[in-house]
Design a binder for this molecule. Structure first.
Ligand code: ATP
Ligand code: MG
Length: 236
């Protein structure tokens, strides 16, 4: 489980995250929603260790993450811009983090084959990213996260560059992946429908603080205020 205890983040004078408490249980699919600039990405980057907290503590399975470098946190981040290596094959792109970690070749092959199977990329392993569709490229980026066998996946608006039809398909695929792997996922999105259909738990953020946390049904039925209702699309 991932626990944030009175975590704050400031950039210079600006306190972007005021003291914030949050727990994400093992295996949970947590979705962060909120308007642009409310701190969704910052929060994800703090959990990933790409930014340092200004104060407070993040614990991953009881361990103080503040003391743990990003690479040792057992988390894999998937971004909106998937940053694949254009000159490498899909196979090499997916294998890249494992080569960096110096795993032996048999283990790398086993994991890449497994990820390609889960993501329907088996027929594309020898292509380069430039020869793939947007959805396929995003699957490669997810594959690169899967092979690391992380304790949790952190997604930052992974589908926002895809067209509407593709987004629906990928949304289902990520939900399937969650069912299959049962791994904790934290997923940032602007998209109300993504939040409502994918989440076990929705965290509604506003100006760096949590406005409300609950299941999609709870937030829909009993939004705490008009801001939450507006975000969830509740008729209240
Ligand atoms: P979006 O939905 O547009 O991606 P977001 O909710 O992810 O927005 P963040 O990127 O977390 O928002 O930014 C939260 C606030 O922190 C914004 O006001 C932003 O300008 C500020 N911010 C983020 N990163 C930095 C930085 N490195 N230096 C200074 N300010 C920053
Ligand atoms: Mg963001």
């Amino acid at each position: 489980r991932i626990t944030l205890d009175k975590v704050t983040k400031s950039f210079g004078e600006a306190e972007v995250i005021p003291p914030l408490d949050l727990t994400i249980e093992d295996g949970e699919f947590a979705v962060f929603v909120g308007p642009s600039g409310c701190g969704k990405s910052t929060l994800l980057r703090l959990i990933a260790g790409l930014e340092d907290v200004s104060s407070g503590q993040i614990r991953i399975d009881g361990q103080d993450a503040t003391e743990t470098p990003p690479a040792k946190r057992g988390l894999a981040m998937v971004f909106q811009s998937y940053a694949l290596y254009p000159h490498m094959s899909v196979r090499k792109n997916i294998a890249f983090p494992l080569r960096m970690a110096k795993l032996d070749q048999a283990e790398i092959d086993r994991r890449v084959t497994g990820a390609a199977d889960v993501l329907n990329l088996t027929d594309y392993l020898d292509r380069r990213p430039g020869q793939l569709s947007g959805g396929q490229r995003q699957r490669v980026a997810i594959g690169r996260a899967i092979v690391r066998e992380p304790a949790a996946f952190l997604f930052d608006e992974p589908l926002s560059n895809l067209d509407a039809a593709l987004r629906v398909g990928m949304r289902l695929e990520i939900s399937e992946l969650h069912k299959r792997l049962q791994t904790t996922m934290i997923y940032v999105t602007h998209d109300q429908v993504e939040a409502m259909t994918m989440a076990d738990k929705i965290v509604v953020l506003r100006a760096g603080h949590i406005e409300q946390v609950g299941s999609p049904l709870e937030l829909y039925r009993t939004p705490r205020n008009l801001f939450v209702a507006g975000f969830i699309g509740s008729p209240r």
